[in-house]
Ligand binder design. Structure first.
Ligand SMILES: [Zn+2]
Length: 471
């Protein structure tokens, strides 16, 4: 309704493998501001339609943030520093590599028009306020998942060192059901691709919510280490992610959880991140990294309670880039959409090794970014920092201790040839069954689902409501 819409005019060569050079639309020569010696080849995945899906007027997840991000990325001229691709949709078979067939059949068939016929399945498939049925839902899933799968294959092919997909990163989706605004887990699908080639894959998650769906999928394997930094108090969505969740079976110690309290600031967060990740890189030695950059860990997020600036969030990306390991950079949460777009644009600049001017380039969505029109608005200060120095020191010590167990563990073979993937998947299936049985009656069981708390702020008008650009 009243939605102003601009068709992005892609500069020539955008959807090609050639990297053009020259000045940006603002006349800024970004190449002269290139930092660092590592010059990775960057692939960027975007599909214009992804920004047009709507979860619902009051739902905090707004795919329109992808449109805002792409407009900033293109108007900063970042397409000149990377190969931009319009990815294909994931096929049903590809999605079935992780998800169950009855759940996927349901996702394919249900629509807002026929949902009454499926109402008896809603409880089984966790459909409700967090995960509603919306128009084009299945297509949206295929678009963002297809991009993550293509990004993973691009790394495997060796034709990119870093692959960026801001549409992806939907880390809560489970094998049998959606969760926390996520229907298909594109991250698990991408990691399954990476495991065909790379013996060890590291998953890092800086979303404010625990990366539960990814952790659960790889909880019993030593080939994927999951490492999530998030708010945890046992109650905050999704309710998991305590420090004592470390993995099971062969995967014991390969799940790292960094539970944080409200209000963490830039300094504490980046220091903790660098200390933990340095130890993880030394002990696990991954051949590929998947970095989920959920932007709800920024200060002033509509659902989040941290104090991070865009600079500190981006510092995590910059730090991981320095290792020079093939890396997928993906989106995730982020509900104050003007800041999500700024953050992911800034991080696109970081992976390209390009410093962006603070003043935002002009786009048709310029009014979203007032009154400062800056890439780095002031975001901290809304929430008191409840992470004491003593708490953070204790947390760091416990995680480093967990990682020390890995060093002596016989399962960390530095073999270069990955095991047979089919065997791996069959093993995974068997272990999933064991875990399901183990968790019967526990907080992970299907009766114990959690919902996001207080996410539908009817009084909290997001910027888009003010401008009438997104309803
Ligand atoms: Zn989140």
């Amino acid at each position: 309704m009243g939605r102003k819409k601009e068709t992005i005019t892609y500069p020539s060569g955008t959807f090609s493998t050639s990297v053009s050079t020259g000045s940006t639309p603002m006349g800024l020569d970004l190449s002269s501001q290139t930092i660092e010696h590592y010059r990775p080849r960057v692939s960027y995945y975007m599909r214009e339609q992804a920004g047009d899906f709507h979860y619902g007027k009051l739902h905090p997840m707004k795919p329109h943030r992808l449109t805002l991000t792409n407009h900033l990325v293109l108007n900063y001229g970042l397409h000149k520093h990377m190969d931009v691709f319009e990815p294909r949709r994931a096929t049903e078979d590809e999605i079935l590599e992780f998800h169950s067939s009855d759940y996927i059949e349901f996702l394919q068939r249900v629509t807002p028009d026929n949902q009454k016929d499926f109402a008896n399945c809603f409880a089984e498939f966790n459909i409700g306020d967090d995960c509603p049925i919306f128009d084009g839902m299945w297509d949206f899933c295929r678009i963002y998942s297809g991009a993550s799968i293509e990004a993973a294959r691009k790394l495997i092919s060796g034709s990119a060192d870093i692959a960026v997909n801001w549409m992806g990163g939907l880390h809560h989706a489970k094998k049998y059901e959606p969760s926390g605004f996520c229907y298909v887990n594109d991250i698990v699908l991408a990691i399954l691709q990476l495991l065909r080639y790379y013996p060890r894959v590291l998953y890092i998650d800086i979303d404010i919510h625990h990366g539960d769906g990814v952790q659960e999928a790889f909880y019993t394997t030593d080939r994927v280490m999951t490492c999530s930094f998030h708010k945890y108090n046992g109650d905050f969505f999704p309710g998991t992610g305590n420090i004592d969740e470390m993995g099971a079976g062969l995967g014991k110690f390969y799940a790292v959880n960094v539970p944080l309290q409200d209000g963490i600031d830039d300094r504490s967060y980046t220091q903790l991140f660098k200390t933990v990740m340095t130890a993880v890189m030394e002990t696990f030695c991954p051949q590929a990294i998947v970095l989920q950059c959920g932007a709800d860990s920024l200060g002033l997020d509509r659902l989040g309670v941290f104090n991070l600036s865009i600079d500190a969030h981006g510092e995590c990306v910059r730090f991981m880039r320095r290792f020079g390991v093939p890396m997928m950079v993906i989106g995730g949460g982020g509900y104050t959409i003007r800041n999500v777009a700024r953050c992911w644009t800034y991080e696109t600049g970081i992976v390209c090794g390009t410093e962006l001017p603070k003043e935002l380039p002009h786009t048709v969505y310029h009014e979203f970014f007032g009154p400062d029109y800056s890439l780095h608005p002031q975001l901290s200060g809304r929430v008191v920092n409840h992470n004491s120095k003593a708490y953070l020191n204790q947390l760091t010590a416990r995680i480093l201790e967990q990682l020390r167990y890995l060093k002596g563990a016989p399962s960390v073979q530095m073999h270069e040839a990955p095991p047979d993937i089919q065997g791996f998947l069959e093993d995974q299936e068997r272990r999933d069954k064991d875990i399901d049985e183990d968790r019967e009656g526990g907080k992970e069981n299907r009766g114990g689902r959690r919902e996001h708390v207080a996410e539908f702020y009817e009084s909290d008008h997001d910027q888009d409501d003010d401008t009438g650009l997104d309803v």
